[in-house]
Ligand binder design. Structure first.
Ligand code: G3P
Ligand code: MG
Length: 244
């Protein structure tokens, strides 16, 4: 499978085996044979995109503080690994630049998710586009940028006509998602497993869109989804899904 055509994407790195959204997690994903990893982006007070799922730092660093209230230098001091296990205490919250550098070295293709709740969608989407342009090696397939936020996706598209994009959906389909996907020239839709009806899959495929489904950690479900035409799945246990 070519790296540009994923089969399995390690979710937040490989969140079942290493602290989510850390460089150590990306290393573990590569060791497990992943070609692709997904990670999440929030933005710091001084405009630096950082790799963090939640809008608040507490769950993975212990500091009860919104990401957007702290400057990147301060965020970089936090321990983002101990919550997962003491052996991970040296893990930090990576910047997007550090994450892209790590992926390039490890041979991983990134799926960069701009979080809908970052509090500054235009700033964040533009900063993500700028960092990708600066840091991702020229000549390689570009990272895939995704978001639940249509605004973030439109800002991403305005920042770069060549940027591959994916529209994320959860719980229920976004109104007029096919139209938005066409206007945005999306490559794919990424949907929660409960949304992956045959009707939605068929509609996406008729429109030339790939369909990725998150977050699947059960091999039997992954096999069933593939059988029904799902193009790739996101998993916290990517090495188990690769066999399905
Ligand atoms: O991008 C797929 C998946 O990561 C979306 O959900 O909440 O894990 O970021 P979440
Ligand atoms: Mg995500």
């Amino acid at each position: 499978m070519a790296a540009s055509q994923p089969s399995v994407i390690g979710h937040r790195g490989c969140a079942a085996h290493a602290p989510e959204n850390t460089l150590g997690g990306f290393g573990r994903a590569a060791e497990l044979g992943c070609d692709w990893v997904e990670f999440d982006i929030q933005i710091s007070r001084d405009g630096v995109p950082v790799v963090m799922h939640d809008a608040n730092l507490e769950r993975t660093t212990g500091l009860d503080m919104p990401v957007r209230f702290l400057v990147a230098r301060r965020i970089a001091e936090l321990d983002a690994g101990s919550w997962f296990g003491p052996e991970w205490r040296d893990e930090r919250v990576p910047t997007l630049a550090q994450a892209l550098d790590a992926c390039a070295v490890l041979g991983l293709m990134p799926n960069v998710e701009v979080k809908y709740d970052c509090g500054a969608l235009r700033r964040c989407a533009r900063a993500v586009a700028a960092v990708i342009a600066q840091r991702w090696p020229a000549g390689r397939d570009r990272p895939l940028v995704s978001s639940f936020s249509l605004r973030a996706l439109y800002w991403s598209r305005l920042a770069g006509p060549e940027q591959p994009l994916a529209l994320l959906m959860w719980q229920k389909p976004v109104k007029f998602w096919g139209l938005h996907a066409r206007l945005l020239s999306c490559r794919a839709i990424h949907v929660d497993a409960s949304l992956a009806s045959q009707a939605l899959l068929d509609k996406a495929h008729r429109r030339g869109l790939k369909v990725g489904v998150y977050t699947v950690n059960d091999g039997a479900l992954a096999a069933e989804l593939r059988e029904r035409g799902v193009d790739y799945i996101f998993s916290d246990k990517p090495e188990e899904m690769a066999a399905t």
